[in-house]
Design a protein around this ligand. Structure first.
Ligand code: PRP
Ligand code: URA
Length: 208
């Protein structure tokens, strides 16, 4: 399936602030969370609804609800943590799993260091969070880790993606739905997205 790219003036506006090297940690973190929430809103547009009886102050009626228990958010540590508050604003009762991966700076290959997932993850839709999809190595490895644990329905949310990363995920995992706020031009020789926004983890946590 083709990736879904958010096309909206507000996204362009917010991405431009994220790109600016002068943007500080607080604003950067707020914007990553906001875009995470918007991506999640888009990714939930096919969410199944069940009917519930409601008594309003005026009358009785039938409303519709999403079963939040059917979903788990799975941030890829560390930068994916920057999107968690945003998506929880939409689905505050969803469970959270954590996958720890970092890129080896020379080989750009992902290195796994942590995995803790909610009980019954195999029966939930897992929504992976990572602001940056560069080579796609980390994303593909995270999806593989979930599939090994029996997860069948996976969505992947990224703020900025490189075309090569999107192609990698589509090739390795054609069944995964990809939602990205913006597709950038290319990667540089160090595997950074160009023009990009730099190192998302460092900018979210203020480590450089
Ligand atoms: C960044 C980013 C992705 C990965 C993307 O994480 O958050 O997880 O790189 O690159 P890829 O698509 O080429 O694999 P990083 O390894 O810098 O770790 P961090 O989040 O702990 O800073
Ligand atoms: N990871 C980042 O944080 N930024 C990039 O541009 C590529 C990978």
């Amino acid at each position: 399936m083709e990736e879904i790219v958010l096309k909206h003036p507000m996204i362009e506006h917010k991405i431009s602030i994220l790109r600016d090297e002068k943007t500080g940690t607080k604003e950067f973190r707020e914007l990553i969370n906001e875009i995470g929430m918007i991506l999640c809103y888009e990714a939930l547009k096919d969410a199944p609804l069940h009917e519930i009886d409601i008594k309003t102050p005026i009358t009785e009626t039938v409303g519709k609800q999403i079963d939040e228990n059917d979903y788990a958010f799975v941030p890829i540590l560390r930068a994916g943590m920057g999107m968690v508050d945003g998506v929880l604003r939409l689905m505050p009762n969803a469970k959270i799993g954590h996958i720890g991966l970092f890129r080896n700076e020379e080989t750009l290959e992902p290195v796994e260091y942590y995995c803790k997932l909610p009980k019954n993850i195999e029966n939930k839709t897992a929504i992976i969070l990572d602001p940056m999809l560069a080579t796609g190595g980390s994303g593909s490895a995270a999806i593989e880790m979930l599939k090994k644990r029996g997860v069948k329905k996976i969505k992947f949310l990224s703020v900025i993606s490189a075309p090569v990363g999107l192609e990698r995920i589509k090739k390795d995992h054609p069944d995964v739905e990809l939602y990205t706020a913006y597709v950038d031009k290319e990667l540089n020789e160090n595997g950074y997205i160009v023009p990009g926004l730099g190192d998302a983890g460092d900018r979210i946590f203020g480590t450089k």
